[in-house]
Design a protein around this ligand. Structure first.
Ligand SMILES: [Fe+2]
Length: 200
């Protein structure tokens, strides 16, 4: 009987492969397509994720920074969601992908109907809604497919893996009822970043 174990595709492999892809400066749709495939491979196992990056909080969902590209082309995070924790509707202004490492998340996506001329106002309509679970990857493809809200609508903790095509430190939050758009700073929680005020 063989006792050999197969190597798990892990974070270092993912960082290497995403970096190699971006070295070729591909167009956005190709970035999203290829990074989604790599994200699916990474999320096939959660054995590579360290315990300190699985820590949640009952106060808010947790954002752990796992890797920041030295050339500032992308960041990778794990997010830990207790039951009921969710984002408001927000945008990203960059490409991105999300895979699930434990349990599932609800994603609700929105289309913007106005011309975007007034940065303080937006008219949104819901475009689709999905339960994103293990083996599924959700993506962000600006300028039309990058406004959503996500949340844990289950009764168990959830861990998700996120990659964004920029340092995601400021986003816009949308109030669908009033049409108001509010810029918002967002921060990380992780040991190496120190404890920071949590905004979103
Ligand atoms: Fe998001």
């Amino acid at each position: 009987m063989s006792t050999a174990t197969h190597a798990v595709y892990g974070l270092l492999d993912y960082v290497r492969d995403v970096g190699a892809l971006l070295d070729h400066k591909p167009a956005l749709p190709r970035i999203v397509r290829e990074v989604s495939k790599l994200t699916k491979s990474l999320c096939a196992s959660d054995r590579w994720l360290e315990e300190r990056h699985r820590v949640g909080s009952h106060d808010h969902y947790m954002r752990h920074l796992l890797h920041k590209d030295p050339k500032n082309r992308f960041v990778i995070l794990s997010l830990v969601w207790m039951p009921g924790q969710a984002t408001p509707i927000h945008d990203h202004a960059c490409w991105g992908a999300m895979g699930l490492l434990e349990n599932s998340l609800q994603e609700v996506c929105y289309d913007r109907l106005d011309d975007g001329f007034d940065p303080s106002r937006a008219e949104l309509v819901q475009s689709r809604e999905a339960q994103v679970g293990r083996g599924t990857v959700a993506y962000l493809l600006p300028p039309y497919e990058e406004i959503h809200r996500i949340g844990n609508n289950t009764d168990k903790p959830t861990i998700s893996l996120h990659i964004y095509g920029r340092e995601l430190d400021e986003i816009n939050v949308f109030d669908q009822a009033t049409g108001k758009v509010s810029p918002m700073r967002i921060k990380y929680y992780s040991g190496e970043c120190g404890r920071q005020d949590f905004v979103i």
